[in-house]
Design a protein around this ligand. Structure first.
Ligand code: PMP
Length: 392
């Protein structure tokens, strides 16, 4: 029989995970209001330009090729070569896993122990904080500069001999901007930590740092097939590092990529002409979203090199979020973040999805203005009465 006291550690652990609960639940599941019905899901940065029938056809072809009885290390080597060719490095510099999150988790496990430190810029992808916390290490948050660029000196000031990892997400989720290679290189050259560049959204921006990464001893670029390739449900990601580091890390990563996934990814890389069309579709709609949002009064819009747009209505943000939900549009409520405040983030969807979002948002903002005007009218009335009474 387990004593009452003996389980306190477990309860504490369960309780402490609740502090991540809000963002995690918002991230993974649809809010209750939006379940079922004619809902447009624009909260998780998936790629809706991907042709589902095309994927089904590729999948059917893959199933004919694969012998599921085998571990098949041969296909992993082929896969790494194919990925290497795609990002301009040799296959020996590539490690594969079940999505970028799995690989971030692995890097945290590999590099961090209790007592170590990691640095992340803020605001950025909340998963770094969670993973570092789980490892027992300490996460130090360094705000971006006001213009949203990297504060290289600020980050380096916060590093010490205990710092093992520095997370830089480029394009950054949620601010949408990219960081320069010069700044990333300055971080890598300025300290002894490993700089992890999360390039989940790089295909929608100005390109990848992978080919430069391999020239450095302490830079790792993490990539995913969940965004540009539109395969969030497939769970596939990879990272690129110099050959020595990549081969050491490769030895330590559990064997998590199925041969089905490996064949599938290779076939898609062979049809990059099709994938490119999906990426161009997203980029075109992103520009439309940006300009439509910018045309709205009372709105701060962050530029974006990713497949989402972050914006801040100068209204009750929670109310706008709930209003969108009621009208069948799910966006991400980012909560109150350092530097940028309380913002919402919308994924670039297909034109009709974006139309629905823009229509709903405009409707809510108009309604908001109407209510404000009414309230200020009432205030005017009360002010008048107040003045009337207060004049002796
Ligand atoms: N990095 C960033 C910056 C992300 O936004 C996300 C997910 N949205 C991931 C990594 C996770 O990607 P994956 O689906 O490959 O685990």
């Amino acid at each position: 029989m387990v004593s009452e006291r003996g389980l306190e550690w477990l309860r504490k652990k369960v309780e402490s995970m609740r502090s991540f609960g809000g963002s995690l639940l918002g991230y993974v599941g649809l809010p209750v209001e939006a379940r079922g019905g004619n809902v447009v899901k624009l909260d998780s940065n998936e790629n809706f330009f991907v042709d589902a029938d095309f994927l089904r056809q590729v999948f059917a072809e893959v199933l004919k090729d694969v012998d599921l009885r085998l571990y098949d290390p041969g296909v992993m080597a082929e896969l790494k070569e194919a990925l290497g060719k795609y990002v301009g490095v040799s296959g020996g510099c590539v490690c594969v896993g079940s999505g970028a999150e799995h690989l971030i988790d692995f890097l945290v496990q590999f590099f961090l122990s209790a007592g170590d430190e990691a640095v992340s810029v803020v605001p950025s992808f909340f998963m770094y904080e969670k993973r570092v916390w789980l490892s027992g290490a300490k996460l130090i948050a360094v705000p971006l500069k006001k213009d949203l660029s990297l504060d290289v000196d600020g980050i380096l000031e916060k590093t010490s001999e205990k710092t093992r990892l520095i997370f830089v997400c480029s394009p950054n989720n949620p601010t949408g901007n990219e960081f320069s290679w010069e700044d990333i290189e300055a971080l890598a050259d300025g300290c002894s930590a490993v700089v992890v560049v999360d390039e989940a959204y790089a295909e929608f921006g100005g390109g990848s740092v992978c080919s430069k990464t391999i020239e450095k001893e302490n830079v790792i670029a993490v990539k995913t097939f969940s965004k540009a390739f539109g395969l969030a449900g497939l769970r596939f990601g990879y990272f690129v590092a110099n050959r020595d580091l990549a081969s050491a890390l490769s030895e330590a990563i559990p064997y998590t990529v199925s041969p089905v996934v490996a064949h599938f990814v290779q076939r898609l890389l062979n049809r990059f002409d099709v994938v490119k069309g999906w990426i161009e579709g997203v980029k075109g709609e992103r520009e439309r979203l940006l300009s439509e949002l910018r045309s709205l009064r009372q709105m701060k819009v962050f530029d974006s090199k990713a497949n989402f747009v972050t914006f801040k209505p100068k209204a009750d943000v929670e109310r706008v979020y709930r209003g969108l939900l009621k009208m069948g549009v799910v966006v991400k409520d980012l909560g109150d973040l350092p530097l940028i405040g309380h913002c919402l983030r919308v994924t670039t969807g297909l034109p009709h999805m974006n139309d629905k979002f823009l229509y709903a948002l405009k409707h809510i903002l108009k309604e908001n203005e109407r209510l404000l005007a009414r309230a200020s009218g009432l205030r005017g009335l009360y002010a008048f009465k107040f003045d009337a009474v207060s004049i002796p």
